[in-house]
Design a protein around this ligand. Structure first.
Ligand code: DX5
Ligand code: ZN
Length: 227
């Protein structure tokens, strides 16, 4: 699939969401929507009604990142609404295999997210059931935090585990020019960026610049792996 860019609308103007989504139309592969419930994380954002409204008014596919408790109960609703990708946190799921199967049955890609302190090997047994692994490179809850370098060996380990399987490897938190290169070199292929995109004057140009930086670094990573 190659490099994909998923701008996080957490850094957008919530009073003008549809217009903010259009700022990256054509330049973004996905719109990353951060759903937070003030229980799994200490912040509250938006939920299913807002996601449904966005799905009705934007054409870019929607990538829902659910930072919520009890995803077993709530995540399927996002797939039913038409989100192209639904990621739940492994730390919060009661029955991750059953949930991933349900998301796929409802037509969404199933993603599993890991907080910074959760070891990557926890997903080893799940790989046949999921479409994406999300490595958090900040503690989930807020945009604009500095990138945690501890994500890099986790990305490398996830890439080893995934091998040639058709599973995307997403990184989220503090991704910008200067950090995206190291993530791409380590093997990530889907990049979430909030402030780096929506903090820029030209959000579409910021997406393109991130894609270009990641593409070059991914090539360097592949060459290094062959040596
Ligand atoms: C944080 C969210 C991220 C956040 C990224 O919990 O999951 O998606 O919006 O924002 P930046 O790119 O500003 O770190
Ligand atoms: Zn996110």
């Amino acid at each position: 699939m190659g490099i994909q860019i998923s701008p996080s609308i957490l850094a957008a103007d919530f009073a003008n969401l549809a217009a903010e989504c259009r700022r990256v139309a054509g330049a973004a592969d996905w719109l990353h929507v951060d759903v937070m419930d003030q229980h799994f994380v200490p912040n509250l954002t938006l939920g299913l009604p807002v996601v449904e409204a966005l799905l009705a008014s934007v054409s870019t596919p929607v990538d829902c990142h659910l930072m919520i408790e009890d995803p077993d109960r709530w995540a399927p609703g996002y797939a039913e609404a038409g989100a192209g990708s639904v990621t739940f946190h492994l730390e919060a799921a009661q029955a991750p295999v059953r949930l991933a199967r349900e998301l796929r049955r409802l037509g969404a890609r199933a993603g599993v997210g890991l907080k910074p302190a959760t070891p990557v090997d926890a997903i080893a047994g799940l790989l046949g059931e999921i479409d994406m692994v999300l490595i958090m490179s900040v503690e989930p809850g807020f945009g604009g935090q500095p990138f945690l370098d501890l994500a890099l060996p986790k990305i490398r380990r996830a890439r080893e585990l995934i091998g040639d399987a058709d599973i995307w490897l997403q990184v989220d938190g503090g991704v910008a020019e200067g950090t995206i290169e190291r993530c791409a070199e380590a093997g990530a292929d889907v990049f979430v960026a909030g402030s780096a995109v929506y903090g820029a004057e030209d959000a579409a140009a910021a997406c393109s610049a991130l894609r270009a930086a990641a593409t070059v670094a991914a090539g360097a990573g592949r060459t290094a792996a062959l040596r």
